[in-house]
Design a protein around this ligand. Structure first.
Ligand code: FAD
Length: 480
Protein backbone atom coordinates (compact mmCIF):
# COMPACT_ATOMS: atom_id res chain seq x y z
CA UNK A 1 0.00 0.00 0.00
CA UNK A 2 1.46 3.37 -0.99
CA UNK A 3 1.91 5.90 1.80
CA UNK A 4 0.20 9.29 1.76
CA UNK A 5 2.66 12.12 1.01
CA UNK A 6 3.75 14.41 3.83
CA UNK A 7 2.06 17.80 4.26
CA UNK A 8 5.20 19.46 2.85
CA UNK A 9 5.09 17.25 -0.25
CA UNK A 10 1.36 18.00 -0.72
CA UNK A 11 1.96 21.75 -0.47
CA UNK A 12 4.91 21.59 -2.88
CA UNK A 13 2.98 19.58 -5.49
CA UNK A 14 -0.20 21.67 -5.30
CA UNK A 15 1.70 24.98 -5.29
CA UNK A 16 3.29 23.87 -8.53
CA UNK A 17 -0.18 23.31 -10.02
CA UNK A 18 -2.00 26.46 -8.87
CA UNK A 19 0.84 28.80 -7.91
CA UNK A 20 2.13 29.43 -4.36
CA UNK A 21 -0.27 32.35 -3.76
CA UNK A 22 -3.23 30.03 -4.25
CA UNK A 23 -1.98 27.28 -1.97
CA UNK A 24 -2.23 28.29 1.70
CA UNK A 25 -0.52 26.27 4.37
CA UNK A 26 0.36 28.29 7.50
CA UNK A 27 -1.78 27.73 10.60
CA UNK A 28 -3.05 31.32 10.53
CA UNK A 29 -4.05 31.04 6.86
CA UNK A 30 -5.75 27.68 7.33
CA UNK A 31 -7.73 28.58 10.46
CA UNK A 32 -10.82 30.25 8.87
CA UNK A 33 -11.09 27.43 6.31
CA UNK A 34 -10.91 24.59 8.82
CA UNK A 35 -13.33 26.13 11.33
CA UNK A 36 -17.05 25.89 10.60
CA UNK A 37 -19.50 28.82 10.67
CA UNK A 38 -20.66 28.19 14.21
CA UNK A 39 -17.19 27.34 15.54
CA UNK A 40 -18.38 23.87 16.58
CA UNK A 41 -16.18 21.86 14.22
CA UNK A 42 -12.47 22.53 13.84
CA UNK A 43 -10.58 20.35 11.41
CA UNK A 44 -7.05 19.91 10.19
CA UNK A 45 -5.69 20.31 6.67
CA UNK A 46 -2.35 20.11 4.89
CA UNK A 47 -3.36 22.96 2.58
CA UNK A 48 -6.17 25.14 1.32
CA UNK A 49 -6.16 25.48 -2.45
CA UNK A 50 -7.87 28.40 -4.19
CA UNK A 51 -8.08 27.31 -7.84
CA UNK A 52 -8.72 29.86 -10.56
CA UNK A 53 -10.25 27.55 -13.18
CA UNK A 54 -11.99 24.23 -13.73
CA UNK A 55 -8.76 22.90 -15.24
CA UNK A 56 -6.88 23.70 -12.04
CA UNK A 57 -9.57 21.98 -9.95
CA UNK A 58 -9.21 18.98 -12.25
CA UNK A 59 -5.42 18.90 -11.92
CA UNK A 60 -5.53 19.20 -8.13
CA UNK A 61 -8.16 16.48 -7.86
CA UNK A 62 -6.23 14.16 -10.18
CA UNK A 63 -3.05 14.61 -8.11
CA UNK A 64 -4.87 14.05 -4.82
CA UNK A 65 -6.64 10.97 -6.20
CA UNK A 66 -3.42 9.45 -7.43
CA UNK A 67 -1.69 10.06 -4.10
CA UNK A 68 -4.57 9.05 -1.80
CA UNK A 69 -5.11 12.53 -0.35
CA UNK A 70 -8.60 13.42 0.88
CA UNK A 71 -10.24 16.56 -0.54
CA UNK A 72 -12.91 18.74 1.08
CA UNK A 73 -14.82 21.05 -1.28
CA UNK A 74 -15.72 24.40 0.24
CA UNK A 75 -17.82 27.37 -0.84
CA UNK A 76 -18.74 30.17 1.57
CA UNK A 77 -18.31 27.84 4.58
CA UNK A 78 -21.77 28.72 5.92
CA UNK A 79 -22.82 25.10 6.40
CA UNK A 80 -24.68 24.61 9.66
CA UNK A 81 -23.87 20.88 9.63
CA UNK A 82 -20.07 20.86 9.73
CA UNK A 83 -20.07 19.71 6.11
CA UNK A 84 -17.44 22.03 4.63
CA UNK A 85 -14.51 21.54 7.00
CA UNK A 86 -12.08 18.62 7.19
CA UNK A 87 -11.91 15.98 9.92
CA UNK A 88 -10.00 16.90 13.11
CA UNK A 89 -7.09 14.52 12.41
CA UNK A 90 -5.51 14.26 9.03
CA UNK A 91 -4.00 16.09 6.15
CA UNK A 92 -6.85 16.71 3.78
CA UNK A 93 -6.77 19.41 1.13
CA UNK A 94 -9.57 21.98 1.22
CA UNK A 95 -10.51 23.27 -2.24
CA UNK A 96 -12.27 26.60 -1.81
CA UNK A 97 -13.93 27.98 -4.95
CA UNK A 98 -13.96 31.67 -3.98
CA UNK A 99 -11.65 32.74 -6.84
CA UNK A 100 -13.93 31.16 -9.45
CA UNK A 101 -16.41 33.99 -9.13
CA UNK A 102 -17.23 35.04 -12.69
CA UNK A 103 -20.70 35.38 -14.16
CA UNK A 104 -20.19 33.83 -17.61
CA UNK A 105 -23.44 34.60 -19.39
CA UNK A 106 -26.88 36.12 -18.83
CA UNK A 107 -29.27 34.94 -21.56
CA UNK A 108 -32.49 36.96 -21.37
CA UNK A 109 -34.09 35.02 -24.23
CA UNK A 110 -33.48 31.60 -22.71
CA UNK A 111 -33.86 33.11 -19.22
CA UNK A 112 -30.69 31.50 -17.90
CA UNK A 113 -27.67 32.57 -15.89
CA UNK A 114 -24.37 30.74 -16.43
CA UNK A 115 -21.74 31.23 -13.77
CA UNK A 116 -18.74 29.78 -12.02
CA UNK A 117 -19.48 27.98 -8.77
CA UNK A 118 -17.68 30.51 -6.56
CA UNK A 119 -20.09 33.36 -7.36
CA UNK A 120 -21.89 34.31 -4.15
CA UNK A 121 -25.65 33.96 -4.08
CA UNK A 122 -25.92 37.70 -3.61
CA UNK A 123 -23.81 38.38 -6.71
CA UNK A 124 -25.92 35.91 -8.72
CA UNK A 125 -29.11 37.66 -7.65
CA UNK A 126 -27.60 41.04 -8.52
CA UNK A 127 -26.50 39.83 -11.98
CA UNK A 128 -30.06 38.64 -12.61
CA UNK A 129 -31.58 41.90 -11.39
CA UNK A 130 -29.28 43.93 -13.63
CA UNK A 131 -30.82 42.02 -16.54
CA UNK A 132 -34.32 42.68 -15.10
CA UNK A 133 -34.73 39.07 -14.07
CA UNK A 134 -35.06 37.27 -10.75
CA UNK A 135 -32.90 34.46 -9.46
CA UNK A 136 -35.26 33.50 -6.67
CA UNK A 137 -33.15 31.60 -4.13
CA UNK A 138 -33.16 33.67 -0.95
CA UNK A 139 -31.34 32.61 2.22
CA UNK A 140 -29.95 34.44 5.25
CA UNK A 141 -26.30 33.71 4.31
CA UNK A 142 -26.59 35.01 0.75
CA UNK A 143 -23.72 37.51 1.00
CA UNK A 144 -21.25 34.71 1.78
CA UNK A 145 -22.58 31.39 0.50
CA UNK A 146 -21.70 30.40 -3.05
CA UNK A 147 -23.72 28.92 -5.89
CA UNK A 148 -21.58 25.75 -5.74
CA UNK A 149 -22.45 25.39 -2.05
CA UNK A 150 -26.12 26.13 -2.74
CA UNK A 151 -26.20 23.39 -5.37
CA UNK A 152 -24.29 20.92 -3.22
CA UNK A 153 -26.68 21.45 -0.30
CA UNK A 154 -29.83 21.84 -2.43
CA UNK A 155 -30.45 25.06 -0.49
CA UNK A 156 -33.99 26.13 0.33
CA UNK A 157 -34.81 29.43 2.01
CA UNK A 158 -37.75 31.76 2.07
CA UNK A 159 -39.11 31.60 -1.49
CA UNK A 160 -39.32 27.81 -1.98
CA UNK A 161 -43.10 27.99 -1.60
CA UNK A 162 -43.30 29.79 -4.93
CA UNK A 163 -40.14 28.89 -6.85
CA UNK A 164 -38.89 25.60 -5.41
CA UNK A 165 -35.50 24.85 -3.90
CA UNK A 166 -32.10 24.88 -5.62
CA UNK A 167 -32.76 21.56 -7.37
CA UNK A 168 -35.70 23.18 -9.15
CA UNK A 169 -33.54 26.10 -10.26
CA UNK A 170 -30.56 24.27 -11.76
CA UNK A 171 -30.57 23.41 -15.46
CA UNK A 172 -26.93 22.49 -15.97
CA UNK A 173 -23.85 21.58 -13.95
CA UNK A 174 -20.16 21.26 -14.64
CA UNK A 175 -18.33 19.20 -12.02
CA UNK A 176 -14.91 17.70 -11.45
CA UNK A 177 -15.05 14.04 -10.42
CA UNK A 178 -12.92 12.62 -7.60
CA UNK A 179 -10.34 11.27 -10.08
CA UNK A 180 -10.03 14.64 -11.83
CA UNK A 181 -12.22 13.97 -14.89
CA UNK A 182 -14.57 16.79 -15.86
CA UNK A 183 -18.32 16.15 -16.21
CA UNK A 184 -19.56 18.82 -18.64
CA UNK A 185 -23.29 19.20 -18.29
CA UNK A 186 -23.45 22.96 -18.69
CA UNK A 187 -26.68 22.95 -20.73
CA UNK A 188 -29.51 25.44 -20.46
CA UNK A 189 -32.29 23.04 -21.44
CA UNK A 190 -35.70 22.77 -19.81
CA UNK A 191 -36.29 19.50 -21.63
CA UNK A 192 -33.62 16.81 -21.97
CA UNK A 193 -34.73 13.20 -21.59
CA UNK A 194 -31.55 11.51 -22.75
CA UNK A 195 -31.23 8.93 -20.00
CA UNK A 196 -30.13 9.43 -16.40
CA UNK A 197 -30.16 13.06 -15.31
CA UNK A 198 -26.55 13.01 -14.11
CA UNK A 199 -26.43 16.63 -12.95
CA UNK A 200 -28.83 15.68 -10.16
CA UNK A 201 -26.06 13.58 -8.60
CA UNK A 202 -24.27 16.79 -7.68
CA UNK A 203 -27.33 18.54 -6.27
CA UNK A 204 -27.69 17.94 -2.54
CA UNK A 205 -24.80 15.44 -2.33
CA UNK A 206 -22.77 17.87 -0.17
CA UNK A 207 -19.52 17.59 -2.10
CA UNK A 208 -19.22 13.82 -1.73
CA UNK A 209 -19.51 12.95 -5.43
CA UNK A 210 -17.82 15.80 -7.30
CA UNK A 211 -16.78 19.44 -7.10
CA UNK A 212 -19.26 21.72 -8.82
CA UNK A 213 -17.28 24.25 -10.86
CA UNK A 214 -20.02 25.97 -12.90
CA UNK A 215 -23.77 25.94 -13.40
CA UNK A 216 -26.64 27.13 -15.57
CA UNK A 217 -29.50 28.51 -13.46
CA UNK A 218 -33.09 29.38 -14.32
CA UNK A 219 -34.18 33.01 -14.29
CA UNK A 220 -37.70 34.23 -13.56
CA UNK A 221 -39.57 37.43 -14.36
CA UNK A 222 -38.59 40.16 -11.90
CA UNK A 223 -41.56 40.94 -9.62
CA UNK A 224 -42.52 44.62 -9.71
CA UNK A 225 -44.67 44.64 -6.60
CA UNK A 226 -44.75 43.08 -3.17
CA UNK A 227 -46.87 43.17 -0.06
CA UNK A 228 -45.55 42.04 3.31
CA UNK A 229 -47.47 41.53 6.55
CA UNK A 230 -46.94 40.14 10.03
CA UNK A 231 -49.89 38.41 11.64
CA UNK A 232 -50.29 37.04 15.14
CA UNK A 233 -52.04 33.67 15.13
CA UNK A 234 -53.33 31.62 18.08
CA UNK A 235 -51.35 28.48 17.22
CA UNK A 236 -49.60 26.61 14.37
CA UNK A 237 -52.90 25.01 13.29
CA UNK A 238 -54.32 28.50 12.70
CA UNK A 239 -51.18 29.37 10.73
CA UNK A 240 -51.78 26.38 8.45
CA UNK A 241 -55.42 27.42 8.07
CA UNK A 242 -54.36 30.96 7.19
CA UNK A 243 -51.89 29.68 4.59
CA UNK A 244 -54.73 27.75 2.93
CA UNK A 245 -56.86 30.89 2.86
CA UNK A 246 -53.97 32.94 1.47
CA UNK A 247 -53.40 30.44 -1.35
CA UNK A 248 -57.11 30.50 -2.17
CA UNK A 249 -57.26 34.29 -2.22
CA UNK A 250 -53.87 35.16 -3.72
CA UNK A 251 -52.84 31.98 -5.58
CA UNK A 252 -49.35 31.99 -7.07
CA UNK A 253 -48.53 35.39 -5.62
CA UNK A 254 -48.00 33.81 -2.18
CA UNK A 255 -44.20 33.80 -2.17
CA UNK A 256 -43.25 33.33 1.48
CA UNK A 257 -45.08 32.13 4.56
CA UNK A 258 -42.82 32.02 7.62
CA UNK A 259 -43.66 30.96 11.16
CA UNK A 260 -42.13 32.64 14.23
CA UNK A 261 -42.74 31.44 17.81
CA UNK A 262 -43.08 33.94 20.70
CA UNK A 263 -39.72 32.90 22.26
CA UNK A 264 -38.01 33.22 18.85
CA UNK A 265 -39.39 36.76 18.52
CA UNK A 266 -38.30 37.65 22.04
CA UNK A 267 -34.78 36.32 21.37
CA UNK A 268 -34.29 38.17 18.09
CA UNK A 269 -35.61 41.47 19.47
CA UNK A 270 -33.21 41.17 22.38
CA UNK A 271 -30.37 40.48 19.93
CA UNK A 272 -31.26 43.36 17.60
CA UNK A 273 -31.48 45.77 20.54
CA UNK A 274 -33.40 48.84 19.41
CA UNK A 275 -36.00 47.06 17.24
CA UNK A 276 -39.64 46.81 18.38
CA UNK A 277 -42.16 44.20 17.30
CA UNK A 278 -44.62 45.69 14.79
CA UNK A 279 -47.40 43.99 16.80
CA UNK A 280 -48.31 45.21 20.29
CA UNK A 281 -48.32 42.79 23.21
CA UNK A 282 -46.87 39.32 23.50
CA UNK A 283 -48.05 36.68 21.07
CA UNK A 284 -47.36 32.96 21.18
CA UNK A 285 -47.12 32.66 17.38
CA UNK A 286 -46.71 34.94 14.36
CA UNK A 287 -46.46 34.49 10.63
CA UNK A 288 -44.73 36.65 8.06
CA UNK A 289 -46.54 36.61 4.72
CA UNK A 290 -45.14 37.95 1.46
CA UNK A 291 -47.04 38.30 -1.82
CA UNK A 292 -45.20 39.31 -5.00
CA UNK A 293 -46.28 39.85 -8.60
CA UNK A 294 -45.58 41.70 -11.82
CA UNK A 295 -48.66 43.88 -11.21
CA UNK A 296 -49.26 46.75 -8.82
CA UNK A 297 -48.52 47.00 -5.09
CA UNK A 298 -52.00 48.44 -4.48
CA UNK A 299 -53.68 45.33 -5.80
CA UNK A 300 -51.36 43.07 -3.80
CA UNK A 301 -52.02 45.11 -0.65
CA UNK A 302 -55.73 44.68 -1.30
CA UNK A 303 -55.33 40.89 -1.54
CA UNK A 304 -53.28 40.91 1.66
CA UNK A 305 -55.91 42.99 3.47
CA UNK A 306 -58.61 40.56 2.35
CA UNK A 307 -56.61 37.63 3.70
CA UNK A 308 -55.95 39.36 7.03
CA UNK A 309 -59.49 40.69 7.49
CA UNK A 310 -61.02 37.30 6.74
CA UNK A 311 -58.51 35.81 9.19
CA UNK A 312 -59.47 38.29 11.91
CA UNK A 313 -63.13 37.48 11.38
CA UNK A 314 -62.66 33.72 11.49
CA UNK A 315 -60.29 33.82 14.47
CA UNK A 316 -57.27 32.55 12.51
CA UNK A 317 -55.63 35.96 13.03
CA UNK A 318 -55.44 37.82 16.35
CA UNK A 319 -53.69 40.97 15.17
CA UNK A 320 -51.83 42.06 12.03
CA UNK A 321 -49.55 44.75 10.62
CA UNK A 322 -49.19 45.49 6.93
CA UNK A 323 -45.86 46.97 5.77
CA UNK A 324 -46.56 50.49 4.51
CA UNK A 325 -43.21 51.00 2.76
CA UNK A 326 -40.16 49.15 1.47
CA UNK A 327 -38.41 50.11 4.72
CA UNK A 328 -41.23 48.51 6.76
CA UNK A 329 -41.07 45.35 4.67
CA UNK A 330 -37.30 45.15 5.17
CA UNK A 331 -37.73 45.68 8.91
CA UNK A 332 -40.29 42.82 9.08
CA UNK A 333 -37.95 40.54 7.15
CA UNK A 334 -34.98 41.52 9.31
CA UNK A 335 -36.80 40.19 12.36
CA UNK A 336 -37.27 36.85 10.66
CA UNK A 337 -33.82 36.62 9.10
CA UNK A 338 -31.78 37.49 12.17
CA UNK A 339 -33.23 34.67 14.29
CA UNK A 340 -30.52 32.30 13.07
CA UNK A 341 -27.67 34.61 14.09
CA UNK A 342 -29.41 35.51 17.36
CA UNK A 343 -29.24 31.83 18.30
CA UNK A 344 -25.63 31.47 17.18
CA UNK A 345 -24.64 34.46 19.34
CA UNK A 346 -26.61 33.19 22.34
CA UNK A 347 -25.17 29.68 22.07
CA UNK A 348 -26.72 26.49 23.39
CA UNK A 349 -29.39 25.71 20.83
CA UNK A 350 -30.22 22.21 19.63
CA UNK A 351 -30.84 22.61 15.93
CA UNK A 352 -33.44 20.37 14.34
CA UNK A 353 -34.20 21.37 10.73
CA UNK A 354 -37.15 19.13 10.02
CA UNK A 355 -39.94 18.93 7.48
CA UNK A 356 -43.27 17.14 7.64
CA UNK A 357 -46.29 17.22 5.36
CA UNK A 358 -48.13 20.49 5.91
CA UNK A 359 -51.22 18.54 6.96
CA UNK A 360 -49.30 17.18 9.98
CA UNK A 361 -47.12 20.13 10.93
CA UNK A 362 -49.32 21.58 13.69
CA UNK A 363 -49.59 18.20 15.41
CA UNK A 364 -45.84 17.68 15.06
CA UNK A 365 -44.99 21.03 16.66
CA UNK A 366 -47.28 20.30 19.60
CA UNK A 367 -45.92 16.79 20.18
CA UNK A 368 -42.29 17.84 19.77
CA UNK A 369 -42.78 20.77 22.18
CA UNK A 370 -44.31 18.44 24.77
CA UNK A 371 -41.44 15.97 24.33
CA UNK A 372 -38.81 18.69 24.82
CA UNK A 373 -40.58 20.16 27.85
CA UNK A 374 -40.73 16.70 29.44
CA UNK A 375 -36.94 16.53 29.14
CA UNK A 376 -36.08 20.16 29.87
CA UNK A 377 -39.07 22.18 31.18
CA UNK A 378 -37.30 25.56 31.00
CA UNK A 379 -35.95 25.26 27.43
CA UNK A 380 -36.86 28.24 25.24
CA UNK A 381 -38.83 26.99 22.27
CA UNK A 382 -37.18 28.69 19.31
CA UNK A 383 -39.44 27.41 16.54
CA UNK A 384 -39.52 29.23 13.24
CA UNK A 385 -39.04 28.79 9.54
CA UNK A 386 -40.51 28.06 6.19
CA UNK A 387 -43.91 26.82 7.25
CA UNK A 388 -45.27 27.12 3.73
CA UNK A 389 -42.93 24.26 2.78
CA UNK A 390 -43.73 22.18 5.87
CA UNK A 391 -40.24 23.07 7.15
CA UNK A 392 -39.60 24.26 10.69
CA UNK A 393 -36.35 24.98 12.43
CA UNK A 394 -37.24 23.42 15.76
CA UNK A 395 -34.37 24.61 17.93
CA UNK A 396 -34.83 24.33 21.72
CA UNK A 397 -32.50 26.84 23.40
CA UNK A 398 -30.87 26.80 26.81
CA UNK A 399 -32.70 28.67 29.63
CA UNK A 400 -31.09 32.08 30.26
CA UNK A 401 -29.45 30.95 33.48
CA UNK A 402 -27.88 27.76 32.09
CA UNK A 403 -24.45 27.57 30.47
CA UNK A 404 -24.54 26.49 26.82
CA UNK A 405 -22.03 23.68 27.25
CA UNK A 406 -23.81 22.13 30.17
CA UNK A 407 -27.25 22.44 28.54
CA UNK A 408 -26.03 20.81 25.32
CA UNK A 409 -24.16 18.03 27.14
CA UNK A 410 -27.28 17.21 29.18
CA UNK A 411 -29.82 17.43 26.36
CA UNK A 412 -28.42 17.35 22.82
CA UNK A 413 -28.73 13.62 22.15
CA UNK A 414 -32.11 13.08 23.77
CA UNK A 415 -33.76 16.22 22.42
CA UNK A 416 -32.62 15.80 18.84
CA UNK A 417 -33.51 12.13 18.92
CA UNK A 418 -37.00 12.89 20.25
CA UNK A 419 -37.65 15.66 17.71
CA UNK A 420 -36.25 13.71 14.75
CA UNK A 421 -38.21 10.59 15.72
CA UNK A 422 -41.46 12.55 15.88
CA UNK A 423 -40.77 14.17 12.50
CA UNK A 424 -39.98 10.76 11.01
CA UNK A 425 -43.14 9.27 12.52
CA UNK A 426 -45.15 12.08 10.93
CA UNK A 427 -43.82 11.10 7.51
CA UNK A 428 -41.14 13.80 7.61
CA UNK A 429 -37.42 14.33 7.12
CA UNK A 430 -34.71 14.92 9.74
CA UNK A 431 -33.02 17.43 7.44
CA UNK A 432 -35.26 19.65 5.38
CA UNK A 433 -32.66 21.98 3.89
CA UNK A 434 -29.41 22.16 5.87
CA UNK A 435 -28.16 18.73 4.81
CA UNK A 436 -26.43 16.00 6.80
CA UNK A 437 -22.74 16.94 6.94
CA UNK A 438 -21.23 15.38 10.05
CA UNK A 439 -23.85 16.73 12.45
CA UNK A 440 -26.61 14.32 11.36
CA UNK A 441 -24.50 11.66 9.65
CA UNK A 442 -24.80 8.94 12.26
CA UNK A 443 -28.54 9.52 12.64
CA UNK A 444 -29.17 8.40 9.07
CA UNK A 445 -28.90 4.73 10.05
CA UNK A 446 -31.99 5.21 12.21
CA UNK A 447 -34.09 7.00 9.64
CA UNK A 448 -33.09 5.64 6.22
CA UNK A 449 -33.97 2.13 5.12
CA UNK A 450 -31.34 -0.54 4.42
CA UNK A 451 -32.10 -0.20 0.72
CA UNK A 452 -31.67 3.59 0.71
CA UNK A 453 -28.34 3.39 2.57
CA UNK A 454 -27.12 0.59 0.31
CA UNK A 455 -27.96 2.60 -2.82
CA UNK A 456 -26.29 5.73 -1.44
CA UNK A 457 -23.07 3.78 -0.79
CA UNK A 458 -23.21 2.19 -4.24
CA UNK A 459 -23.48 5.62 -5.90
CA UNK A 460 -20.62 6.90 -3.74
CA UNK A 461 -18.41 3.91 -4.63
CA UNK A 462 -19.18 4.24 -8.34
CA UNK A 463 -17.95 7.84 -8.42
CA UNK A 464 -15.42 7.81 -5.60
CA UNK A 465 -14.10 4.26 -5.17
CA UNK A 466 -11.23 5.43 -2.95
CA UNK A 467 -13.60 7.43 -0.68
CA UNK A 468 -11.40 10.52 -0.92
CA UNK A 469 -13.93 13.26 -1.64
CA UNK A 470 -15.38 14.80 1.51
CA UNK A 471 -14.95 11.52 3.39
CA UNK A 472 -16.85 11.00 6.65
CA UNK A 473 -19.66 13.32 5.51
CA UNK A 474 -23.27 12.36 4.81
CA UNK A 475 -22.78 8.57 4.74
CA UNK A 476 -22.78 6.71 8.07
CA UNK A 477 -19.68 4.51 8.49
CA UNK A 478 -21.59 1.39 9.38
CA UNK A 479 -22.71 0.87 5.78
CA UNK A 480 -19.25 1.26 4.27
C1 FAD B 1 -27.36 32.86 8.74
C2 FAD B 1 -27.57 31.62 7.94
C3 FAD B 1 -28.80 31.40 7.35
C4 FAD B 1 -29.01 30.25 6.58
N1 FAD B 1 -30.24 30.06 6.01
C5 FAD B 1 -30.45 28.97 5.23
C6 FAD B 1 -31.72 28.77 4.61
O1 FAD B 1 -32.67 29.53 4.79
N2 FAD B 1 -31.85 27.72 3.80
C7 FAD B 1 -30.81 26.83 3.58
O2 FAD B 1 -30.99 25.88 2.80
N3 FAD B 1 -29.62 26.98 4.18
C8 FAD B 1 -29.41 28.02 4.99
N4 FAD B 1 -28.18 28.19 5.60
C9 FAD B 1 -27.12 27.16 5.43
C10 FAD B 1 -26.09 27.45 4.31
O3 FAD B 1 -25.93 28.83 4.10
C11 FAD B 1 -26.48 26.74 3.01
O4 FAD B 1 -26.40 25.35 3.20
C12 FAD B 1 -25.62 27.13 1.81
O5 FAD B 1 -26.20 26.58 0.64
C13 FAD B 1 -24.17 26.68 1.91
O6 FAD B 1 -23.41 27.33 0.90
P1 FAD B 1 -21.84 27.56 1.10
O7 FAD B 1 -21.31 28.10 -0.16
O8 FAD B 1 -21.58 28.35 2.31
O9 FAD B 1 -21.34 26.06 1.26
P2 FAD B 1 -20.32 25.49 2.32
O10 FAD B 1 -20.79 25.72 3.70
O11 FAD B 1 -18.96 25.91 2.01
O12 FAD B 1 -20.46 23.93 1.99
C14 FAD B 1 -21.65 23.23 2.22
C15 FAD B 1 -21.50 21.80 1.67
O13 FAD B 1 -21.38 21.84 0.25
C16 FAD B 1 -20.10 21.37 -0.18
N5 FAD B 1 -19.65 22.29 -1.22
C17 FAD B 1 -19.50 23.63 -1.16
N6 FAD B 1 -19.14 24.12 -2.36
C18 FAD B 1 -19.08 23.06 -3.19
C19 FAD B 1 -18.77 22.92 -4.58
N7 FAD B 1 -18.45 23.94 -5.36
N8 FAD B 1 -18.81 21.67 -5.11
C20 FAD B 1 -19.10 20.58 -4.35
N9 FAD B 1 -19.40 20.67 -3.05
C21 FAD B 1 -19.39 21.90 -2.48
C22 FAD B 1 -19.23 21.35 1.06
O14 FAD B 1 -18.26 20.33 0.99
C23 FAD B 1 -20.25 21.09 2.15
O15 FAD B 1 -20.53 19.72 2.24
C24 FAD B 1 -27.96 29.31 6.40
C25 FAD B 1 -26.71 29.53 7.01
C26 FAD B 1 -26.52 30.67 7.77
C27 FAD B 1 -25.17 30.87 8.37
Amino acid sequence: MSTIPSSEAIVAALSALVGPQACLSSDAELKPFVTDYRGLYVGQAAAVVLPGSTEQVSQVMAWCYEHGVAVVPQGGNTSLMGGAVPEPNGQAVVINLRRMNRVLDVDTVNDTLTLQAGVTLNAARTAAEEAERLFPLRIGSEGTCQIGGNISTNAGGTAVLRYGNMRDLVLGVEAVLPDGRIYSGLRGLRKDNTGYDLKQLFVGSEGTLGIVTAAVLKLMPLPRASSVALAAVPDPAAAVGLLGEAKKAAGQTVTAFELISGPALELVLEYLGNVKSPLEGGHAWMVLIELTSGGSSESLDQSMMQILEAGLESGLVLDAALAQSVADAQAFWRIREEISDAQTRTGGSIKCDVSVPLSRIAGFIEEASDAVRALEPQARMIVYGHMGDGNVHFNPLRPKDRAAKEFLAANYEQVSHAVDSLAHAAGGSISAEHGIGVAKRDDLTRFKSEVELELMWQVKKALDPKNLLNPCKVLPFSKG
